[in-house]
Design a protein around this ligand. Sequence first.
Ligand SMILES: *Cc1c(COP(=O)(O)O)cnc(C)c1O
Length: 244
Amino acid sequence: MSNIGSKLQEVKRRMATACTAAGRNAEILTSVPALSAPASGSDRLILLAVSKTFPAEAVREAHAAGQQAFGENYVQEALAKIEALAELRAELQWHLIGPLQSNKTRAVAEVFDWVHSVDRLKVAQRLSEQRPAALAPLQVCLQVNISAEASKSGFMAAEVLAAAQAVAALPRLQLRGLMAIPEPAGDPGAQRLPHRALRELLAALNAQGLQLDTLSMGMSADLEAAVAEGATVVRVGTAIFGQR
Ligand SMILES: *Cc1c(COP(=O)(O)O)cnc(C)c1O
């Protein structure tokens, strides 16, 4: 098996072990199923392979090993990769997880399936206006600055409800949930706190009538903590593709 293939297996094993430890009976998936599939309360944990800085060939290798959902941070780099892999387009799901400037929204609305990093209403409005009618609504998460770091983008927790209500009303977007990149913490107990805060924030939104099913949290170093707190999507780069 290829190196990337065996790393993918190892990550999926980590995810399964973390589910068992947390008492979750989750199905581990390599892309997000279409929303039309009944969201019948079944627990799902999706692996998003973060391919930023790695070439199209690495994505091709991961796809050959069964991976379908890929996360990218930089719009220009992602567009080139998506183009290079055009013949696989129907089998791949592209997720933007990095910062999005207003002047790049059109390209993103035209080619991505998901955006996890919506951090301003203006960006959401532009994505909705620019999403082509022929495509399914763009699936989005609001990025939350869960550790309240001055250097990090994302809505503050207190702003999330109003933002979620505004984004949920946009016609060409489907608001699916919340995403966070917590401040790194060493021990697993400390790692769980921001993930728990994000889970509680999602529950509070749903208690206000929103219907959100996605908690995008957990990376190579803290996926176990995120899974224990209810992550539905983990975004894993280094543990699959190697050091950047
Ligand atoms: C790079 C990145 C990841 C993956 O991080 P690893 O530590 O390499 O697993 C996940 N989420 C975001 C937003 C990233 O920028």
